[in-house]
Write a protein that binds this ligand. Structure first.
Ligand code: G6P
Length: 496
């Protein structure tokens, strides 16, 4: 029996995520200005068309969004939840970004962190409240038997909460991050681990970007509440699922595990990369780089897991070891602001800037700036850099996928050598034609940069073609439809 309220329960396909497809800004004259975001989910959802009855449930994130909710300004197909700002901050900054993100990306400096104390428990309560607000909004607006796909580590508890409210729904969850290795996941307090795993297992199906992350989840799940959770792996069973008996014993339920390696959106990128604003930025970048020089490009959020500091150290070592590159190469590094509410991100941003300046003052000459660092987000300029790069450096210490590694080969004008961390999800699909690095090995990374810079042009071009083919194998539209169809195809007769 459904508890959906008759009024709003019209939607057949629902997506839930912290950050939605649109954000609002209050202009000086008081008017609201809407800005649409990009990303795989936005283009993926567009594949189902406007008439499919889809609804995207997301958080109101800033003052502009909250104002939009108050004024009842809503984009068609989007519902923003105006969750109390403090609850949101504790859930988003306090748990999602500083605990769950850290666990999945292995970012803790473990001699001192993490500390799971009363303050952590207080924030955890906010994370529960925040997840409950999503579960209730979804329960209110989903049609009987609708499909709901919940996104990411912000909303791990939603599948379980939603199943209790609406057992008729088909619930999916997709993780855009890695999943922690079991030893790391076990740092979380046991009751919290169990809540996370049971929250996720409330879904009929869990999606991951690679099998590496999917298997990590299955092992972590198997170690939680061992008597009641049974991953059907690595038994040789081709079916990937986690069977479980909820509290109170049988019946056994099953959560299917699927992998969908989100690819780059070739049509969009190729079109966008040839618009006039991108050409303008190419000209400006060429001027900054200087005539006849090689270019090593990186584009990231200034994110701890992206390993920007070791990237700069490797570039510095390249200049130390190979003086022949002086005056002949420029490192174009775009490090866009991210999560600046967290002190550790602000410190990291400062360190990136300090190191770039140090390299420039140590090696630079009046006519040559070795590192060109830009910190203001500008997508057109990123595309311009992708087009003219000779080498792309993608060296995360751990990354769910990394779309930059997939986007560069698609838009590169003349071929670009890809130096790629083996800890990025994208490595699984791109390893044959990328230059592999261990992201912690600065000397090895410097060597890989040298190898990339000296790769013959024809080889670079050929590898880039193959990389582009692999990178676009699963465009966002198919990535989304695959998940949708897999959920629709599930036998709806499971015990709830
Ligand atoms: C990662 C997460 C996304 C998130 C993005 C940007 O890719 O998987 O869910 O939206 O980072 O982070 P932010 O905290 O700015 O939303």
């Amino acid at each position: 029996a459904s508890t959906a309220s008759a009024q709003g329960a019209a939607h057949r396909i629902l997506v839930a995520s912290n950050r939605g497809p649109v954000s609002y800004e209050v202009r000086e004259d008081g008017s609201l200005h809407a800005r649409r975001g990009g990303g795989g989910l936005v283009s993926g959802l567009s594949a189902i068309g406007p008439d499919a009855g889809a609804l995207w449930v997301c958080s109101a994130l800033g003052d502009g969004d909250r104002e939009a909710v108050r004024r009842g300004v809503a984009e068609e197909g989007v519902r923003m939840l105006d969750i109390d700002a403090e609850v949101h901050a504790d859930a988003y900054n306090g748990i999602a970004n500083s605990v769950l993100w850290f666990v999945h990306h292995m970012l803790y400096q473990t001699p001192l962190e993490p500390v799971f104390d009363a303050e952590f428990r207080r924030r955890w309560a906010a994370y529960e409240t925040y997840n409950r607000a999503f579960a209730e909004a979804l329960a209110d607006t989903a049609a009987e038997g609708a499909v709901v796909i919940v996104q990411d580590y912000h909303l791990c508890l939603v599948p379980g909460m939603l199943r209790e409210l609406r057992p008729d729904l088909r619930i999916g969850h997709f993780s855009h991050t890695p999943w922690a290795p079991p030893e790391y996941f076990r740092m979380l307090p046991d009751d919290i681990r169990a809540q996370l795993v049971w929250g996720m297992l409330g879904a009929d199906r869990l999606g991951f970007l690679t099998w590496r992350w999917a298997h990590a989840f299955m092992i972590c799940a198997g170690q939680t509440d061992g008597e009641r959770i049974f991953p059907s792996w690595p038994s040789g069973d081709p079916r990937r699922a986690v069977d479980h008996t909820p509290t109170g014993g049988p019946p056994l339920r099953s959560t299917e595990i699927g992998v969908h390696g989100l690819g780059a959106d070739a049509d969009f990128l190729r079109r966008r990369a040839h618009e006039p604003d991108v050409d303008e930025r190419m000209a400006a970048l060429r001027e900054q780089i200087g005539e006849g020089r090689r270019t090593i490009v990186r584009v990231d959020r200034t994110e701890l897991s992206k390993n920007i500091v070791r990237g700069l150290l490797a570039y510095r070592q390249l200049l130390d070891d190979h003086p022949e590159w002086h005056e002949r190469v420029v490192h174009v590094a775009f490090a866009y602001p991210s999560r600046q509410d967290l002190a550790v991100y602000r410190d990291y941003t400062a360190e990136v800037q300090r190191l770039a300046e140090e390299i420039n003052s140590r090696y630079g000459t009046p006519g040559w700036t070795p590192v060109v660092l830009h910190v203001k987000d500008d997508f057109a300029r990123s595309l311009a850099a992708y087009r003219l790069a000779d080498v792309a450096l993608v060296n995360p210490i751990r990354d769910g996928m990394n779309l930059v590694a997939k986007e560069v080969p698609v838009v590169s004008d003349e071929g670009c050598a890809l130096v790629l961390s083996r800890e990025a999800g994208a490595f699984e699909e791109l390893h044959e034609d990328a230059i592999e690095i261990n992201p912690f090995d600065v000397t090895g990374t410097a060597r890989a940069l040298h190898e990339a810079l000296t790769m013959p042009a024809h080889e670079r071009a050929e590898r880039t073609k193959r990389l582009a083919a692999a990178a676009t194998a699963l465009p966002p539209s198919r990535w989304f439809l695959e998940q949708l169809h897999a959920l629709e195809a599930l036998d709806g007769t499971q015990p709830s």
